[in-house]
Ligand binder design. Structure first.
Ligand code: FAD
Length: 302
């Protein structure tokens, strides 16, 4: 049953008609509790509140699977605006972006140029840019673009998804980068990725340990208390300094745990905002159908 629900929400997340329809409305269906608003002013307020709790933020100006040049340029403009605001307001925040938002699906060189403008501007201000990883279809193109930019700028890093069979190869390739390590959020074919939760979890711990021991900086991005407990024990036993890693969670999930972890470790909240909330929100429902409680609460509060 859980598997069917996952497939159902993933299919909804990719439905172009629903994606376009949702853009016309403000946040709906309970997405308000996990998306920090639709404009920059709203997100800045949230960053300031979280910074006051010793929580840094990675800001995602929502958008993905873009197929129009004008839309990709609009996304670039919006991300550059967020970078300027982070700098001007001296916020403890950096950027997460999706390369398909900037044209990767239809013109790799155009996408590279957009990314270069963003990374170059952020570099000037010492702001880090994370390349979120999407499906296997764009994974290696995204890695290549990031690696190419890394030759010029050191403020880029990416994400390793533990459900892929070759995740270990990917992590070794980017050993010298700041990396976020996750389980993986998309539906991938069974000849490329583990589908069994126990396999994904075991690989996840292996990758985290590898990067904590050999890598530059590790962002452990999970809401899984078992993984967090394992990491806490591992860093203690291996004398890994607290400045070599952070925990990350998504805005609106396990808030008390986020606040508690921030009193002991570096902690970063992933803060999505903008009008393209729909695909992001559907993937959160796919990951954990219990997140439907957000939808139900919203419907009954009205
Ligand atoms: P799960 O496997 O979903 O949950 C494990 C257990 O934790 C559950 O059984 C439950 O007991 C507990 N639990 C989980 N959530 C809750 C909750 N809300 N309340 C109470 N208990 C809970 N994926 C990508 O593919 N690419 C990316 O670039 C990417 N970036 C991410 C960035 C961040 C900051 C985070 C947190 C996730 C990101 N993801 C990304 C998504 C990730 O791949 C997983 O799909 C997602 O985090 C769900 O896996 P999990 O590790 O949180 O735990």
């Amino acid at each position: 049953m859980a598997v069917n629900l996952r497939d159902f929400f993933i299919a909804l997340s990719e439905n172009k008609v629903l994606i376009a329809g949702a853009q016309k409305f403000g946040l709906r269906l309970g997405a308000q509790s996990v998306v920090a608003g639709t404009n920059v002013d709203e997100v800045v307020k949230t960053i300031k509140r979280l910074n006051n709790q010793n929580i840094s933020c990675t800001v995602d100006n929502l958008g993905e699977f873009v197929f129009e040049e004008a839309e990709a340029l609009e996304a670039k403009k919006n991300i550059l605006n967020v970078i300027e605001v982070i700098h001007a307001e001296k916020l403890d925040a950096h950027i997460s972006l999706k390369p398909t938002q900037l044209g990767l699906n239809f013109d790799k060189e155009f996408c590279y140029n957009n990314l270069r403008d963003i990374v170059g501007t952020a570099h000037k201000y010492g702001i880090f840019i994370n390349f979120d990883t999407e499906t296997h279809e764009t994974l290696y193109e995204s890695f290549d673009l990031m690696e190419r930019l890394h030759e010029e700028f050191d403020n880029v890093g990416t994400v390793i998804q533990s459900y892929f069979f070759n995740a270990q190869e990917n992590i070794e390739r980017f050993k010298d980068y700041r990396l976020r390590i996750v389980k993986g959020a998309y539906k991938e074919p069974a000849d490329l990725a583990y589908t069994d939760k126990a396999d994904i979890d075991a690989n996840y711990l292996k990758l985290i340990e590898y990067h904590l021991l050999h890598g530059k900086f590790t962002s452990i991005a999970t809401h899984d208390h078992n993984v967090i407990a394992h990491v806490e024990k591992f860093v203690k036993e291996n004398n890994i300094s607290h400045d070599k890693f952070e925990f990350q969670m998504l805005y609106g999930f396990r808030t008390e745990m986020q606040e508690d972890l921030a009193t002991q470790y570096n902690f970063c909240t992933y803060l999505p905002f903008g009008k393209d909330w729909y695909g992001y929100f559907m993937r959160r429902l796919a990951e954990r159908p219990q997140n439907m409680e957000l939808v139900v609460k919203q419907v009954f509060n009205k």
